[in-house]
Write a protein that binds this ligand. Structure first.
Ligand code: SF4
Length: 361
């Protein structure tokens, strides 16, 4: 067991550590290992970073994975009605997805993720996610509330991975094989995104062979290059962000996102902008903004969630860094469930006009 290379550091593109706690009185698998259970994975929050890894892990153990549909008005309304108003938008969306899956699976996989890098932490919402869903979605099936904290050391991670795997098998070799395959899938996924310049939805589709990869940069003759930085669950949820990337493309911009840089480049940019990372997602906000400020892009748009403490701090850091260096124009768009499309479009058009004027000069 000690030799098992458990899910380690996310931002290095290796994977997230997954540990398992016994969630909600789950019954472990006994005897037969041919059971086929359905594990529900909400299409929200960390889905965009880890879905291929989670899917591979569960499917190698003989389970079936079920993913909720893309976000809709009804999903958001349901999630928002179950959560207190102060909760950030992405967590409300997550709650709606969990509720939508509740009747379609035997387990819901909702890890409690504290830390994915030594001394770098997630916001408290990620830690409390399983408990929030248990409290707000009472009809949910048992929750696999895996705990993730790399600060607990390799042994803790290994024990947790095996505890999670024991819901499906008692055979440690099968658990090990599932972990190795999951890690390999995650490496491939990350590599594919930055090498082929794909976003998570396109990379997941390509790995699944379910749909043709969307040729996000296929259009020729685009004049402006715009980097879109922020959490993947904001950038890639088209309902939540009002199809921001598509709108930018429709307005003639070529869009770049954090996943299109390698994890190493993002980490190096974080160190340039600030001494060390404090939040797990610094690479996707601070790192990506710092990286694109030195690249051939015309402007940067930061996408933040209203009511998000880490976002407001990180956006401040980026703005300050950009101003000091007279770097690329930066605009922060803060969204919540009440954000209107018209206002968003007006701001986008104005920003792109400004970039175009600057470029002409
Ligand atoms: S980082 Fe911000 S947006 Fe993400 S879950 Fe935490 S509070 Fe919500």
């Amino acid at each position: 067991m000690a030799a098992l290379n458990c899910f380690p550091v996310a931002n290095q593109g290796i994977g997230a550590p997954v540990t398992a706690g016994m969630g909600g009185g789950l019954a472990y698998c006994t005897g037969s290992e041919s059971m086929s259970v359905r594990v529900g994975i909400p299409r929200a929050l960390l889905y965009y970073q880890y879905f291929p890894m989670w899917k591979t892990f569960f499917e190698t153990l003989g389970a079936e994975t079920v993913v909720s549909h893309t976000t809709t008005k009804a999903v958001l309304a349901d999630g928002a009605s179950r959560m207190v108003a102060e909760t950030c938008l992405p967590v409300k969306v997550f709650c709606g997805h969990a509720a939508a899956l509740a009747k379609d699976c035997d387990y819901l996989f909702i890890p409690s993720i504290r830390s994915m890098q030594p001394r770098v932490f997630n916001c408290s919402k990620f830690l409390a996610l399983p408990d929030m869903i248990k409290a707000t979605v009472p009809e949910a099936p048992p929750i696999l509330d895996t705990e993730v904290d790399v600060n607990q050391g390799q042994r803790g991670l290994c024990l947790s991975v095996y505890s999670l795997a024991r819901h499906f098998t008692w055979n440690p070799l099968r658990a090990r094989k599932a972990t190795e395959r999951a890690l390999e899938a995650h490496r491939k996924y990350r590599r594919m995104m930055w090498q082929k310049k794909l976003g998570p939805p396109q990379a997941i589709a390509e790995m699944d062979n379910t749909a043709a990869t969307e040729a996000r940069h296929a259009a020729s003759g685009l004049r402006l290059k715009v980097a879109l930085v922020g959490h993947p669950y904001l950038i890639y949820d088209d309902f939540v962000n009002h199809r921001l990337a598509h709108r930018l493309e429709a307005l003639g911009a070529e869009v770049y996102t954090p996943e299109m840089a390698s994890p190493r480049e993002l980490d190096a940019a974080v160190s340039k902008v600030e001494e060390r990372a404090y939040w797990t997602y610094e690479s996707e906000v601070v790192g990506a903004a710092g990286y694109y400020m030195e690249k051939d892009v015309d402007g940067i748009i930061g996408l933040a969630s209203f009511g998000c403490g880490p976002d407001s701090l990180m956006t401040d850091v980026v703005e300050h860094y950009g101003r000091q260096r007279r770097a690329k124009p930066f605009m922060c768009l803060t969204i919540d469930e009440h954000s209107g499309e018209a206002g968003l479009l007006t701001r986008l058009e104005a920003f792109l006009d400004m970039l175009a004027r600057g470029k002409r000069r």
